[in-house]
Design a protein around this ligand. Structure first.
Ligand code: NAD
Ligand code: UDP
Ligand code: UDP
Length: 346
């Protein structure tokens, strides 16, 4: 049998035979918190295809049932509406902890959302680590490139400690994730929990929330709606955009590998926001106009992952460049944008 199968067989024996009723005994039992969201739902697809039993835990704050509905009725799939800020009792082999609204855009402008994001990052992560400790599950945290803040080192290496404002408008997100990393390492060192940490750089693809304010989803939706692309600031700030299938591959390799991390998972292809707007024009509408808007506070000037560590230790690197990946999300967006318009009575 393949080394991968041996790994699963081994894991399963090591799980102490805690098999919940109603789930098949083949493959792993895996919880994906935030599994109804953009990244989570793509991860769930891959795990289901591999033959695992998957439990999605999500409170639908930014996620949608539609993202995982195609698994309803499959006996290996379960969905629980649950806020990870509350304790959770389950028996599984692995926990992919993704629950957290991913955009510093629209949701964060509401005071109650800021606190909710922070609580999700801190109390939610604490609960999932407590769960991992009790049941002996392996735990993977999806942290973020935002832990580097407005970085003074470029590109960013995992050993860089970052440049983060602790009292700014996006602190609930970046400081929240930094605390989540701290908790993860403390449960590893202090309680022997097997942990993995991924630092995810800007990721895009089908099923991205259309209106959560992230730049790729904004530009694509705007181009489809024949609205001007809103470039914040002078548009010279940079990001490095990763297609979602590359990220999911990286997350699974990290979970199954032997290294704690943290690992940068991102595509090193770096673009200014004006260049991104240009790629969107080329892909969707060459006549799309550009409109400049004031930038948000504490916006990082540049961001690009150094992925040497993931290449060396996980044998992973992204395969899909921006110009290949962007067209892959257009039909999904077209469908949802036109659906929206119908609902609006247009
Ligand atoms: P998303 O908003 O689409 O998904 C997050 C999911 O978590 C949603 O389904 C949401 O309903 C759920 N959720 C939020 N708070 C919750 C709570 N308290 N309890 C239960 N469920 C909750 O975002 P995404 O892009 O899929 O991001 C997934 C993870 O990856 C997040 O942790 C995010 O911080 C991280 N990440 C994403 C990116 C990116 O570019 N997409 C970059 C860096 C890090
Ligand atoms: N927890 C959970 N599910 C479990 C075990 C723990 O949600 O199966 C939560 C628990 O409610 C606590 C957190 O995880 O708030 C941390 O648990 P831990 O046992 O590490 O700490 P303690 O409960 O001893 O403070
Ligand atoms: N941005 C933009 N237009 C938009 C939305 C965002 O120019 O409609 C910019 C934003 O100011 C930032 C970059 O795009 O410089 C990436 O923003 P996003 O919220 O997607 O991700 P993050 O800031 O978390 O990297």
């Amino acid at each position: 049998s393949s080394p991968q199968r041996d790994f699963f067989a081994d894991k399963f024996v090591n799980s102490g035979g805690k098999i919940p009723l109603g789930l098949k005994t083949k493959g792993l039992r895996i919880v994906v918190t935030g599994g109804a969201g953009f990244v989570g739902s793509h991860l769930v697809d891959r795990l289901m295809a591999r033959g695992d039993s998957v439990i999605v835990v999500d409170n639908f704050f930014t996620g949608r049932k539609e993202n995982v509905m195609h698994h309803f009725g499959n006996p290996r799939f379960e969905m629980i509406r649950h806020d990870v800020v509350e304790p959770l009792l389950l028996e599984v082999d692995q926990i992919y902890h993704l629950a957290c609204p991913a955009s510093p855009g629209s949701h964060y402008l509401l005071l109650e959302s800021l606190i909710l994001v922070y609580k999700t990052n801190v109390v939610g992560t604490l609960n999932m680590l407590g769960l991992a400790k009790r049941i002996g599950a392996r735990f993977l945290l999806t942290s973020t490139s935002e832990v580097y803040g407005d970085p003074l080192q470029h590109p960013q290496v995992e050993t860089y400690w970052g440049n983060v404002n602790p009292i700014g408008v996006r602190s609930c997100y970046d400081e929240g994730k930094r605390t989540a990393e701290t908790l993860t390492m403390d449960y590893h060192r202090g309680a022997g929990v097997e942990v993995r940490i991924a630092r995810i750089f800007n990721t895009y693809g089908p099923r991205m929330c259309i209106d959560d304010g992230r730049v790729v989803s904004n530009f694509v939706a705007q181009a489809l709606r024949k609205e001007p692309l809103t470039v914040y600031g002078d548009g010279k700030q940079t990001r490095s955009f990763q297609y979602v299938s590359d990220l999911v591959e990286g997350l699974m390799r990290l979970m199954e590998g032997e290294h704690v991390g943290p690992f940068n998972l991102g595509n090193p292809g770096e673009f200014t926001m004006l260049e991104l707007a240009q790629v969107v024009q080329e892909t969707i509408d060459p006549n799309a106009k550009i409109e400049f808007r004031p930038n948000t506070e504490d916006d990082p000037h540049k961001r690009k992952p150094d992925i040497t560590k993931a290449k060396d230790l996980l044998g992973w690197e992204p395969k899909v460049p921006l110009r290949k990946g962007l067209p892959l999300m257009v039909s999904d967006f077209r469908q949802r944008v036109f659906g929206d318009q119908k609902e609006d009575g247009a």
